[in-house]
Write a protein that binds this ligand. Structure first.
Ligand code: 4NP
Length: 156
């Protein structure tokens, strides 16, 4: 069983998109025994659905995330998840500041799983146009494949 939590700032753009994209990619390859969730380091959007631009962007690739609701990352999430995948360096630093030293190994940049890929961060699309959401999607698909490979290797 792998328990994965995707984390961004607001939990209305990148991390719910990551949750939907990764779940879709994992089901396509028949990866079982995984639990997937997402959260934001900030609490401004608690209870809100994903940003309409995020919903539209993933819907364009046949994935529905409209039912998700934002929540804030809490300390107990360090116990509930094995992999905590941060979207950018700021999210990563915030998570590291919340966790105990023994949690540090669980907290990674999501794109760290995309070995040999030069981009390390999924940029915040909130204040930009729709093309930013497509760029986020491309990066999330690449990172998801890397994480699937990581889990597959760990289980073999
Ligand atoms: P996210 O995007 O971290 O990808 O969900 C953002 C959403 C909301 C805000 C910032 C980033 N905000 O400042 O409200």
């Amino acid at each position: 069983m792998h328990r994965i939590c995707f984390v961004c700032l607001g939990n209305i753009c990148r991390s719910p998109m990551a949750q939907g994209v990764f779940a879709d990619a994992a089901s396509r390859v028949g990866l079982e025994d995984i639990a997937i969730d997402s959260a934001g380091t900030g609490g401004w959007h608690i209870g809100a659905p994903p940003d309409r631009r995020a919903i539209a962007a993933v819907a364009g690739r046949g994935i529905d995330i409209a039912h998700l609701r934002a929540r804030q990352f809490v300390a107990d999430d360090f116990n509930r998840f094995d992999i905590i995948a941060a979207m950018d360096a700021s999210n990563l630093a915030e998570l590291r500041s919340l966790g105990l030293p023994e949690h540090a190994g669980k907290v990674r940049l999501f794109l760290d799983f995309a070995r040999d890929f030069p981009v390390r961060e999924v940029p915040d699309p909130y204040y930009g146009g729709p093309e930013g959401f497509d760029r986020v999607l491309d990066l999330l698909e690449i990172a998801s494949q890397g994480l699937i490979d990581h889990i597959t290797r760990a289980r073999s």
